[in-house]
Ligand binder design. Structure first.
Ligand code: PMV
Length: 369
C-alpha cells in the first residue's frame, strides 16, 4: 500500500455545512519512535498502549466559504481562541491537502478540550491530531456518501479504510498520533513479525496477547509541568547524523521482535526489562546528541530509584517508562492496582509537582460522539 491509496476518487462536493465530534486518547510507547525520514516516516517501528482517561475531544464545524482561496480556520481550547495553535494546524492542512481535496472549500471552527491539564507536560499532540484527523475523515465520508455522481461502490467507505486513512492523516500531523485511534496495543512502522504493519499508519496489534497484559494500569506522575524543553520536531531532527542512530534503529526493531514473544508468553520480567531499557535509551539518545539535553529532573531519578527498591523488596511487577520529558509513567498489572496505588501515595507523590498524578489504564481508542 502506498500514499496514493489515500487520494480519493474525484468527487463533487455539495455539502454546505455540518459538524462532527470525536474523542481520541493519548498513548504511551513501549518501544519508542525517535527519529524520522521525510514525510513523517519513522526510522524504526514502535508499539504503544492506548490510554483511556487522557484524551482530547474535538468538535469540528465546517461552513462552505464563498471563494476557494487558502485554508480558513479558527481554533479554540476550552472555549478560548488559541491563535498560537494555528501554525501547527496550517502545516498539517498543507501536508494532508492532497488527500482531503475539500479542505479549501470550507471555513472550519476547531473546538478542542483535553481531560488532562494543558500545561501538565502530557503531550496533547497525539490525542489532538488524531481527534482532528477523525473529524476530517467523517466530513470526507459524508461528502462521498452524498455524491450521487459516484457509483454505489465508490460511495461506500468501509470502517477499515476509514480508520487507516484517519491514522495516515494523523501521522502527518504528529507521528505518534497515528497510534491513538484504536486500542489496546498499536504498532506503527513496518516490522517483519507483524502482519499488516506499515510506515504509513498505525495498526491494531494483531498477534496474541497474554492475559497478564489485559487492562494494564498507567499512573502518570507529573514531575515537571512546564513547557517541553525540546519539541519533538527538534528531538527527531537530532537523530540526523547522531553517532549512535543507526544502531538505535536496529535495536528498536529487535526490541519489537522480542516484545512479540513477551506479549504472547506474558513474561512480565522480560517486559519490565525491555520497557525500562527503551525509556532510558530514548533519554540516552538525547543526552548524546549535539546539542545535548537532559530531560529528566532530579525527581524523575528519585522516582525511578524508589520504583526499583519497591520492586526488589515486594516482588511487584511495577515498572516505569518515560516520554521525551521528566514525567514518569508507572506501569503495572491490574491485579496489583491497590498495593501499587498505596505505594505511589506513600512514596512517590512527594516527588510530583504539587503532588499531582493521573490514574490511567489501557484503553480502546477513539470514539465518535
Ligand atoms: O509524535 P511525536 O513526533 O511527538 O514523537 C513522539 C515521540 C515519543 O513520544 C518520545 C516516543 C513515542 O513513540 O511516542
Amino acid at each position: 500500500m502506498t500514499e496514493k491509496h489515500f487520494i480519493p476518487t474525484p468527487y463533487t462536493n455539495s455539502l454546505e455545512n455540518g459538524s462532527f465530534s470525536w474523542s481520541s486518547p493519548s498513548n504511551i510507547a513501549l518501544v519508542k519512535y525517535w527519529g524520522k525520514k521525510e514525510h513523517q516516516i519513522p526510522e524504526n517501528p514502535s508499539i504503544s498502549f492506548t490510554l483511556d482517561n487522557c484524551k482530547t475531544t474535538t468538535n469540528l464545524t465546517f461552513l462552505r466559504k464563498a471563494s476557494h482561496g487558502g485554508f480558513s480556520f479558527e481554533v479554540f481550547l476550552d472555549g478560548e481562541q488559541k491563535d498560537d495553535f494555528k501554525p501547527k494546524i496550517e502545516t498539517f492542512f498543507k501536508r494532508v491537502e492532497d488527500y482531503l481535496p475539500f479542505l479549501k472549500d470550507y471555513h472550519f471552527k476547531i473546538e478542542t478540550s483535553n481531560t488532562f491539564p494543558h500545561s501538565s507536560g502530557i503531550a496533547s499532540s497525539a490525542s489532538g491530531m488524531s481527534a482532528l484527523a477523525l473529524c476530517l475523515m467523517s466530513i470526507e465520508k459524508l461528502i462521498i456518501e452524498s455524491d450521487v455522481t459516484l457509483s454505489a461502490a465508490e460511495r461506500s467507505i468501509d470502517e477499515t479504510y476509514f480508520t487507516k486513512k484517519a491514522s495516515f492523516l494523523a501521522r502527518l500531523g504528529s507521528g505518534s498520533a497515528c497510534r491513538s485511534l484504536e486500542g489496546d496495543l498499536v504498532v506503527w512502522g513496518k516490522h517483519d513479525g507483524i502482519e499488516g504493519s506499515s510506515d504509513l499508519f498505525g495498526v491494531k496489534y494483531p498477534n496474541d496477547v497474554h492475559q497478564n497484559f489485559k487492562n494494564y494500569q498507567d499512573t502518570i506522575l507529573l514531575v515537571d509541568k512546564g513547557e517541553k524543553q525540546v519539541s519533538s520536531t527538534v528531538g527527531h531532527n537530532l537523530m540526523y547524523g547522531h553517532p549512535f542512530a543507526q544502531e538505535r534503529f536496529k535495536q528498536a526493531d529487535k526490541n519489537l521482535s522480542d516484545m512479540i514473544s513477551i506479549l504472547k508468553e506474558g513474561d512480565l520480567d522480560a517486559f519490565i526489562a525491555l520497557v525500562e531499557s527503551e525509556a532510558l535509551t530514548l533519554h540516552a539518545m538525547m543526552m548524546t546528541s549535539m546539542p545535548y539535553f537532559i530531560l529528566m529532573k532530579p525527581n524523575t531519578l528519585e522516582i525511578i530509584n524508589k520504583i526499583w527498591d519497591y520492586r526488589k523488596s515486594s516482588g511487584s511487577k511495577i515498572c516505569f517508562t518515560l516520554d521525551a520529558g521528566a514525567n514518569v509513567h508507572v506501569l503495572y498489572p491490574e491485579g496489583e492496582a491497590s498495593q501499587v496505588l498505596e505505594f505511589i501515595q506513600n512514596e512517590l507523590v512527594a516527588f510530583c509537582q504539587k503532588g499531582q498524578y493521573i490514574n490511567d489504564k489501557i484503553g480502546f481508542g477513539a470514539k465518535l460522539l
